[in-house]
Design a protein around this ligand. Structure first.
Ligand SMILES: Nc1ncnc2c1ncn2[C@@H]1O[C@H](COP(=O)(O)OP(=O)(O)OP(=O)(O)O)[C@@H](O)[C@H]1O
Ligand SMILES: [Mg+2]
Length: 253
């Protein structure tokens, strides 16, 4: 079965896009065929890969059924990595789908058509829990929740996990499909790190061993419109995201 991974957290700015993009690159680097889906009207994944303005159709064209998924997939400059782009027009999709039947499974059904073409599909979600994110969760068999170590990032955490459990069903054990990734981590912030550990005590078994450290150079990579992994092969960010790739490959292979 193809692995479809949602990178999701309703909290903004916790490293979802950085993680989705660099994990997708890491998996491609390890020889896997990857489809990265930008499911955020902010389009940061699309911009970050230098693909803004390089596409004709975007993810909203699939969700509203105007286009077949194969018509909206584009190749990126990273070998083995394809993309479905997003832009601000995606924000209207929720309203367009409001009265539609089976609106929660549009993405899942579309992905069935490319089942044989990819080893992993990575979905970068918008920071909310609406119809787009519910589409992502229905389509996914694996879920990755990045969180930074800020007080507010852990505020709605239990609610997020409950929403995910509600969609995946109680018969499925979260240990099988869900992992939490600590991002923007600084080992010198001992008091904060201890507090985070305490907050995540109930979820300790599903917190990944890999932590993504604070990365310098991300802004430069954003300006260059390439992922950190491409921008600087020696960056600690590259090291951490390759470690994440390998940890997840071992878990989910
Ligand atoms: N490991 C890191 N070290 C330092 N800065 C980081 C790290 N990860 C992400 N950032 C920075 O934090 C900001 C938010 O990151 P990112 O866009 O990946 O988060 P997001 O969860 O996708 O945000 P949104 O909720 O808006 O989609 C960006 O400016 C990014 O460069
Ligand atoms: Mg993002």
């Amino acid at each position: 079965m193809k692995k479809i991974v949602s990178v999701i957290n309703q909290k903004g700015g916790v490293g979802k896009t950085t993680t989705a993009t660099n994990l997708a690159c890491g998996l491609a680097l390890r020889g896997h065929r990857i489809l990265l889906i930008d499911l955020d009207p902010q389009g940061h994944t699309t911009i970050g890969l230098g693909m803004a303005g390089q596409y004709e159709y975007a993810i909203q064209d699939v969700l509203t059924k105007n286009k077949k998924i194969k018509e909206v997939i584009i190749h990126t400059s990273v070998e083995g990595l394809d993309l479905i782009a997003a832009n601000i027009h995606l924000s209207k999709t929720a309203n367009l789908l409001f009265n539609e039947h089976f609106r929660e499974t549009r993405l899942k059904n579309a992905l069935d058509e490319v089942d044989a073409d990819y080893d992993f599909v990575i979905v970068d979600c918008h920071p909310s829990l609406g119809i787009l994110e519910i589409n992502a969760l229905f389509a996914s068999n694996y879920i990755l929740v990045p969180t930074d170590t800020g007080r507010y990032s852990l505020e709605g955490f239990a609610d997020l996990i409950d929403t995910i459990k509600g969609i995946k069903g109680v018969e499925n054990n979260i240990k099988e499909y869900l992992r939490i990734l600590i991002t923007i981590y600084d080992s010198r912030e001992k008091g904060i790190n201890d507090w985070v550990k305490e907050q995540l005590e109930d979820f300790a078994e599903i917190v990944l061993a890999t932590k993504i450290r604070k990365i310098t150079g991300l802004k430069q990579a954003q300006i260059a419109e390439v992922p950190i992994m491409v921008y600087d092969g020696k960056s600690p960010g590259t090291e951490d995201y390759l470690q994440l790739t390998d940890e997840l490959l071992q878990l989910w292979q």
